[in-house]
Design a protein around this ligand. Structure first.
Ligand code: ATP
Ligand code: MG
Ligand code: MG
Ligand code: MG
Length: 436
């Protein structure tokens, strides 16, 4: 992409209402625009990152054996009345009336709807287990939308739902998602710690939140510090017994403030006691027949007896992750994207746009990088060098490739690593090798 043809409305000033780095940088880097409280348009740069994150989440869900589908954003209130949640959910639910005076709502989550879908088609243990997910916009009328996309009102969530005959089987599905979450967050460049968590309005008796540690996080957390750097399981056979991966983590103390037990935490060796703040990026629940019971979602067992299907649900805050990743990876000059989600693979800076030799050298490198699948952003604009460097630092692409008249003579590119700030002079071929 040529910057001259891109839509990148970079801001010079930090908007006054943005108090944390991710919110400030997302606005300044032209990634999004607020339309009303907690509701945002995703501009091209931000949308690219959102899509990259979504693709990783999807890939890991598929690897874990979940099937993707898509449910609507607008739901009928009828299903929510069946489970009793229409009243329980309270003012966070956006309620809508259609032209026929039917009560509708903008879905804040989908347990009720997926249970209805399940009961419409599945009757027998022979069709179990089932693991379904979608990636869809949600609406929650948050009391205090803030921190940009971190606590929006409209936000993108991946939510998965599992259906099993017994609690024992349901725990296997739970473990699948537990491991898939560890792998997902690792690929996003994050250290996410699973912690015992309260189940809130979703209900149930087994639940973990995945949190990334950050001073700006809204949750207070307590954990054994070894959990922070524990490597993700990586390639695993999802049909095998995954309990050991789960146990390796849940055997160490980790809890959010609602579940915190100071006496238990005191047993963690002093130098390993970590109390910090965290951002909730994912949450998994086992809740048995909390929804299948009232909604009559029953399956026939091999003994011919009917029982309520045992369920769990599994959320990831896809749009919150854009902010979460920035909170975890930035410096005073801007964002530092992990390679897995970066909107462009590298930025080319033309230090003398309009100079034939420099233009030709940049075009040549741009063509080569594009061919190699790097997806470069080429700053071909006429701005001063300082403006270009600042802008490139702000948007945080992993590599900056600087070409000016002097380097052109010698066939040299100045390659800057955004994360370390290290600079080296490389030939075109070396540059290509270095960043691919
Ligand atoms: P929070 O405690 O931050 O309000 P939650 O516990 O209400 O989140 P869940 O119902 O567990 O949220 O939803 C699953 C995931 O959706 C959360 O882990 C979070 O990553 C994301 N999420 C929830 N609310 C929001 C929001 N208002 N804006 C962006 N992401 C959100
Ligand atoms: Mg909430
Ligand atoms: Mg929560
Ligand atoms: Mg939660």
């Amino acid at each position: 992409m040529r910057l001259s043809r891109y839509f990148l409305p970079v801001l010079k000033e930090t908007p006054a209402d943005a108090t944390i780095a991710s919110h400030q940088y997302m606005l300044r880097a032209g990634m999004m625009k607020q339309n009303s409280a907690g509701i945002y348009s995703w501009l091209p740069l931000g949308y690219k990152v959102l899509k990259n994150i979504e693709a990783i989440v999807r890939d890991e869900q598929n690897k874990a054996g979940a099937n993707e589908m898509l449910m609507p954003t607008i739901q009928s209130a009828d299903l929510w009345k069946e489970t009793g949640r229409y009243d329980d959910y309270g003012p966070e639910m956006l309620r809508i009336t259609d032209r026929h005076e039917r009560e509708m709502l903008y879905g804040p989550t989908n347990e009720d709807m997926i249970t209805d879908i399940f009961r419409s088609f599945v009757r027998s243990y022979k069709d179990l287990p089932q693991l379904l997910y979608h990636i869809q916009w949600k609406f929650r009328d948050e009391r205090r939308p803030r921190f940009g996309v971190m606590r929006g009102r409209e936000f993108l969530m991946k939510d998965a739902y599992s259906f099993d005959l017994t609690k024992e089987d349901a725990v296997k599905s739970y473990n699948r998602m537990f491991v898939a979450y560890l792998n997902t967050f690792a690929r996003l460049g994050l250290k996410a710690v699973p912690m015992r968590a309260d189940t809130g309005p979703i209900g149930g008796d087994l639940s973990h939140e995945f949190l990334i540690l950050a001073d700006t996080g809204e949750s207070e957390v307590f954990c054994h510090s070894d959990l922070v750097d524990m490597a993700a399981p990586g390639d695993v056979d999802y049909d095998s017994d995954l309990q050991s991966f789960v146990d390796a983590r849940t055997s160490l103390y980790a809890a959010t403030d609602e579940m915190h037990e100071p006496d238990e935490f005191a047993k963690v060796p002093g130098d390993k006691q970590l109390s910090a703040r965290g951002i909730e990026v994912g949450h998994i629940f086992y809740f048995g027949d909390k929804y299948s019971g009232p909604m009559g979602a029953k399956v026939m067992g091999s003994d011919g007896k009917e029982s309520n299907v045992m369920m769990g649900s599994y959320g990831i805050g896809v749009s919150r992750l854009v902010g979460g990743i920035i909170e975890a990876s930035h410096d005073e000059n801007g964002i530092i994207w992990p390679k897995s989600v970066t909107p462009f693979g590298a930025g080319i800076i033309n230090l003398k746009a309009g100079d034939d030799g420099t233009d030709a050298a940049c075009e040549d490198l741009y063509g080569k990088l594009s061919k190699a699948g790097i997806d470069p952003l080429y700053d071909d604009k006429a701005d001063r060098g300082g403006v270009k460097f600042g802008r490139m630092d702000l948007i945080g692409l992993p590599y900056q490739l600087v070409i000016g008249p002097r380097g052109v003579k010698d066939g040299i590119v100045e390659v800057k690593d955004r994360k370390t700030g290290e600079k080296q002079n490389l030939s075109y071929d070396e540059t290509l090798n270095y960043i691919t």
